[in-house]
Design a protein around this ligand. Structure first.
Ligand code: GLA
Length: 658
C-alpha cells in the first residue's frame, strides 16, 4: 500500500529536506511524486540543465526508504520557453493566447512544445531509468485540466492533418459533417478551422470531431513521453493522473496505454453526499483496468484553495474517504501535497505537513492514517464483484452536449443520477464503455446513449439475448458516429430489441426555470409513482409490455416504462429522466427481476458496503453511529467479530467467514 504525496522540494531551501524525510518517515510515507512542476528548476534556460539538486533529493529519499514516483515535469513550461516559442501557447476560442504566469498553458499539438518536452523527458528518463528509488513514472499532470480545449494555430494545423487522416478526402469530410447545410462546404482541408468563435451554432460534426481531436492530441503527448521513458530502458510502470470522469479526455480509450490507473479526487467536505463522488471515481478507476489495483494519486488532507469557500474536512473524514478508495481497489493513497506551500496560488491548500506544523489535527490524522494503511495485509485485486454495469461513453458525452437539441442535458450528472441511485441501494457497479465485454453482468444500465454505434447496439442486443437485463433511457439511439440522423426515424439500432418506437422527444421546461409549460411529467404504474423531467417522450409500444405510463400532461396515457423479453433476457425502456425516487423504483424493479442482491442488506443510505474480492468494507458517512451485522475477521482490529459499530466516519475492513 503506497502512502505519500506530491513533493515539491524545489520550493524549499535544502536545509529543510532532511526534516522532510524525517517527517515522512514519522507519517509512514512510502512514496512521493517528485518533479511534477520542476521544469524551470531542472532546465533554467534552453541549453542549461541542472540535475544535481534532483540527484541529491532522490538520493536522500532513497536513503530514507522512500520510493519515488518520478514526474516528467512537462505540465508547466518555464517562461523562457514561451518567450522563445510563443507559438506553443494555447489559445481560447477567440484565438487569444493563454500567457505564462500560471500553469499548463501549452498547446498540446504544438511542434515547439513537443520538441522541448521531448528533450526534457529524454534527459530525465535517461538519467533515472535505472535509479533504484524510482518505482513509477508520472507523465505530465492532469492532462486537459484548466485548458479543456485549445484553439491555437498549432491546433488548427494539427486538426487539418488529423481530419485528413480520418477522412482521406475533403469530400468524405463534407459528407460526414453535412456541410451542404448553411453553405459550409469545404474545398480543401486548408479551409477548415477549429470551431473558434462564430456568430451562431457550429457544425455539430465539427464540434464532435474537435473533441475527439483534443483527446487524441493529449494522448499523443502522453504516448510520446511514455515511449521516451521506455526507449531509455526504464521498466517501472507508467501512469498519468486522471480526474474522475473528465469530459475532455476519453479515459476509456486511454486506459490501455497506462500501466497503472491513477486518480485525483477532491469532493467538497461540506457536501454530505460528497462520498458518492468518491465511490463513483473509485468504481470508474477500477473498471478502467479490471484486475489491476489503481492509485489515489491526489486528495487533500484538509481544505483546498480553489472553491469560492473552502471548508475543512470534518474530523475522521480523511480516513473514511481514504479507506473508500482502498475498498474500491486502490493500492495507494496519496495527497496533493506533502508540505503546504509558503508562496504561490496554492498556499492555502492543505498539505500532509501543514504550514501550522505538527501540533495540528491534520498532521495527527495524516500520521494515524499512514500507520493504519501500513498495517493492512496485501489485498487482493477485485475479482469481478459487481453484477451491474453502468455505461459511460465519452463520444456520446461530447455529442449529447452539443447545442441545438430538444433540451440541454448534462450527461455526467444524469449518469451520476443512476450511479447514486444504485449506490444508495448498496449495489456495486462497474462503469464501462458500451462496447465492453458485458456477458459477466446481470444488469446493464445504459442511460441516454444519444450517439449509439452499430457495434455498441450489437453488444447490448447480444447481452440481452444471453439473458441480461438492460435499461435504455430517453434520448437514446438518436444519431450515428458523425452526429447525423440515420434514415428511418429514431431508434433504428435498438428499436426491435426494445419493442418501442419514439416519435418525438417531448421536451419539458427545464427544471427550475421560470416560464410557462410543463416542468415535470408524472409517471404511474403498478409499483411506480414518480416524477420525470427534461423529456417525456412520445413513445409507442409496438411489441413491449407497458409497466408505467405518463399521468397527465401532453403524453398522458402513453408508455413511460416498458419491458420486452428478448432471447433469454429483458430490455427495458424509460422515456423520461426520473427523479431520485423514480431511479430507485426502476432499479429496485430491475435488480429484483435479475436477482441482484445488495452487497449487504439492511444498511442505511449513508453507510456504504463494498467488496474487493473477499474483502468487505463498510463505511459510515452519516452523522449517527450505526451497528452492522457482519461476521468475520476485522482486519484492522485483528479480531473475529459478529458485528461492528461504526461511529460517524467509522469503517471496518472485514474478511467474512466463508
Ligand atoms: C490538481 C493538481 C495539483 C494541485 C491540486 C490542488 O489536482 O494536479 O497540482 O493543483 O489540483 O487541489
Amino acid at each position: 500500500m503506497h502512502y505519500g504525496g506530491d513533493y515539491n522540494p524545489e520550493q524549499w531551501p535544502e536545509e529543510v529536506w532532511p526534516e522532510d524525510i524525517a517527517r515522512m518517515q514519522e507519517a509512514g510515507v512510502t512514496m512521493v511524486s517528485l518533479g511534477i512542476f520542476s521544469w524551470a528548476r531542472i532546465q533554467p534556460s534552453e541549453h542549461e540543465f541542472d540535475f544535481d539538486w534532483l540527484d541529491r533529493i532522490i538520493g536522500l529519499l532513497h536513503d530514507g526508504g522512500i520510493a519515488v514516483d518520478l514526474a516528467t515535469a512537462t505540465a508547466s513550461p518555464p517562461p523562457w520557453a514561451t518567450v522563445a516559442y510563443p507559438e506553443m501557447l494555447a489559445a481560447d476560442e477567440n484565438g487569444t493566447p493563454y500567457w505564462h504566469g500560471s500553469r499548463q498553458h501549452y498547446a498540446p499539438s504544438s511542434p515547439a512544445y513537443r520538441r522541448i518536452a521531448t528533450e526534457l523527458v529524454t534527459r530525465i528518463a535517461g538519467r533515472y531509468a535505472d535509479h533504484p528509488a524510482v518505482v513509477l513514472w508520472h507523465v505530465n499532470n492532469e492532462y486537459g485540466c484548466h485548458l479543456n480545449v485549445d484553439y491555437s494555430d498549432a491546433a488548427r494545423d494539427a486538426f487539418r492533418g488529423w481530419l485528413e487522416k480520418r477522412y482521406g478526402s475533403v469530400d468524405a469530410l463534407n459528407e460526414a459533417w453535412g456541410t451542404m447545410f448553411w453553405s459550409q462546404r469545404y474545398g480543401s482541408f486548408a479551409e477548415v478551422f477549429p470551431p473558434r468563435r462564430a456568430p451562431y451554432s457550429h457544425n455539430p460534426g465539427q464540434l464532435l470531431d474537435y473533441r475527439r481531436f483534443t483527446s487524441d492530441m493529449l494522448l499523443e503527448c502522453y504516448r510520446m513521453e511514455r515511449d521516451i521513458i521506455r526507449a531509455a530502458g526504464a521498466t517501472q510502470p507508467v501512469t498519468t493522473n486522471f480526474m474522475g470522469a473528465f469530459k475532455s479526455v476519453n479515459y476509456a480509450e486511454w486506459a490501455p496505454e497506462l500501466d497503472v490507473i491513477s486518480d485525483d479526487l477532491y469532493p467538497d467536505p461540506n457536501d454530505p453526499e460528497g462520498f458518492r463522488e468518491g465511490a463513483f471515481h473509485g468504481d470508474l478507476m477500477r473498471s478502467l483496468k479490471p484486475g489491476t489495483p489503481w492509485l489515489l494519486m491526489e486528495q487533500a488532507s484538509n481544505a483546498v484553495n480553489w472553491r469560492p469557500s473552502n471548508a475543512p474536512k470534518a474530523p475522521g473524514q480523511l480516513a473514511a474517504q481514504s479507506m473508500q478508495a482502498v475498498a474500491r481497489g486502490a493500492d495507494g493513497v496519496l495527497f496533493f501535497q506533502w508540505r503546504q506551500s509558503r508562496a504561490g496560488a496554492e498556499k492555502f491548500h492543505s498539505g500532509m505537513l501543514p504550514h501550522a506544523g505538527t501540533q495540528t489535527r491534520t498532521w495527527r490524522e495524516v500520521v494515524a492514517l499512514g500507520e493504519e494503511l501500513g498495517r493492512l495485509p496485501d489485498l487482493p485485486a477485485d475479482d469481478g464483484s459487481a453484477r451491474v454495469a453502468l455505461l459511460l461513453d465519452w463520444e456520446n458525452w461530447w455529442a449529447i452536449e452539443n447545442p441545438d437539441h430538444p433540451t440541454s442535458l448534462d450527461y455526467l450528472s444524469l449518469v451520476r443520477g443512476w450511479y447514486d441511485a444504485a449506490h444508495r441501494l448498496h449495489v456495486q457497479v462497474d462503469i464501462l464503455p458500451p462496447t465492453a465485454e458485458l456477458t459477466q453482468y446481470d444488469v446493464v444500465l445504459a442511460p441516454h446513449l444519444y450517439l449509439l454505434t452499430g457495434e455498441a447496439a450489437g453488444n447490448l442486443t447480444a447481452f440481452v439475448e444471453q439473458g441480461g437485463h438492460l435499461l435504455v433511457t430517453a434520448f437514446s439511439d438518436v444519431v450515428d458516429g458523425n452526429d447525423r440522423f440515420r434514415s428511418g426515424g429514431f431508434g433504428t439500432q435498438v428499436r426491435d430489441l426494445l419493442g418501442i418506437v419514439v416519435e418525438d422527444f417531448g421536451a419539458l421546461v427545464a427544471p427550475g426555470s421560470a416560464g410557462p409549460g410543463q416542468q415535470h411529467a408524472r409517471v404511474t404504474g403498478d409499483g411506480f409513482g414518480f416524477a420525470g423531467s427534461f423529456l417525456a417522450e412520445e413513445a409507442h409500444a409496438v411489441d413491449a409490455a407497458v409497466l408505467a405510463t405518463f399521468d397527465g400532461g401532453r403524453q398522458h396515457g402513453r408508455p413511460a416504462l416498458t419491458s420486452r423479453r428478448h432471447g433469454a433476457g429483458t430490455a427495458y425502456y424509460l422515456a423520461t429522466v426520473p427523479d431520485d425516487d423514480g431511479a430507485r423504483q426502476v432499479l429496485e424493479h430491475l435488480f429484483a427481476a435479475a436477482e441482484v442482491p445488495p452487497v449487504l442488506a439492511g444498511l442505511p443510505p449513508m453507510v456504504e458496503a463494498v467488496r474487493r474480492g473477499p474483502l468487505l468494507t463498510v463505511i459510515n458517512h452519516g452523522a449517527e453511529p450505526v451497528r452492522v451485522d457482519v461476521q468475520g475477521r476485522d482486519v484492522l482490529a485483528d479480531a473475529v467479530v459478529r458485528d461492528v459499530t461504526l461511529e460517524p466516519f467509522g469503517y471496518a475492513l472485514i474478511l467474512p467467514d466463508r
